[in-house]
Write a protein that binds this ligand. Sequence first.
Ligand code: FAD
Length: 386
Amino acid sequence: MQKVAIVGASLAGLAAARALRGQSFTGEIIAIGAERHHPYDRPPLSKDFLTGACTVDDLALSDDEDLGIDWRLGTAATRLDPRRRSIHLADGQEIQVDGVIVATGARARRPAHADGLAGVHTLRTLDDALTLRDELRTTGRLVVIGAGFIGAEVASSARSLGWDVTVVEGLPTPLAGPLGPEMGALCAQLHADHGVRLKTGTPVSALLGSDRIEAVELADGVRLPADLVVAGIGAIPNVEWLDGSGLTVDGGVVTDAAGATGLPTVVATGDCAVSFSPFAGRAVRSEHWTHALDHPATAVATLLGATAPDTGKAPYFWSDQYGVRLQFAGHREPGDTVRIVEGDPEQRSFLAVYERGGHPVAVLGMNQPRLFTRWRRQLRAVPQEA
Ligand code: FAD
């Protein structure tokens, strides 16, 4: 293999380039990125970057001159043609390659009826964050739609800047999916303790305003006046460009655990890929920073026909909200039990373990990094019942 294209120039794409060189690939690497920026770190975008505690320069993932990458930035791949072994770009170029690493990640889901309405934002890219940071320079009434990680972090950042913040969430608690209702309730308390109003259980029905957002209407008829809206309602994998390529796409590019697709010269990794998780017992799209950092080495080994490193680590993510670090590893399913094994939620410092059939399947830490790491290491996938 002489020429490899990495499509998607973000964390997984950069990690793939590092892995190619680390695994002695001496051929040509072309990195194609829809964004105009070199790879940068997304987690600070909802945290220190919004509050002004870090700058654009602080986000840079690295100076990768020595990787010898041919960067093609600011132009998206529009088509993969496996028969001709080529990739078509939006600017009209067609690039012939021997191997392809798909690392096109995901984009933020936009709320319905937001088009043409100023003051309604999503947050996925540096450009999104620059625009939102500008809007946050004044203060006013912010409505955050969705109490997931991005929504909670934006609420926390905006509150620290003096905004009057309301978070609306259709489910009964924040983070009900990943953390479950008991731990979700503790996250709800975090919002309340910092003067953020949280409205749960009622979905948004409309965004009101003529040119600019004026209010958010809920399904029960309540209208929340808003000068600014940020929606954190999930992400959609960037896979449309693969239509007609012959790859299987089902909520992401379908791969095995080592990143292999149905085409021997194409692998996929990071937020765009769906693969079987022994922890979840089904195929999932992992949307976590650590996965996008670690998994590309496995996908690269698969592409190069080498032995793939172990992929058996428990999924892991963290979130910083209101000065609290949340860390979660493993996978929770409805019906799992959860108990606090150390610390005190009142003190914002505890460790909780989720169990299924007596096995620990997931662990949540709030400001308990050491204890969390110890428990995280012990997590093993629970054998699935036949
Ligand atoms: P992405 O980072 O989505 O990058 C994909 C890249 O591919 C993008 O640059 C995109 O423009 C490009 N692309 C898309 N389509 C094409 C195309 N057709 N052609 C060329 N290029 C294309 N995770 C945590 O674990 N903890 C956190 O605290 C945390 N905080 C986060 C905060 C924010 C605001 C966001 C947005 C994410 C956060 N994450 C966090 C998630 C983490 O950042 C992602 O899991 C990670 O960025 C995924 O990396 P990726 O390279 O797979 O995809």
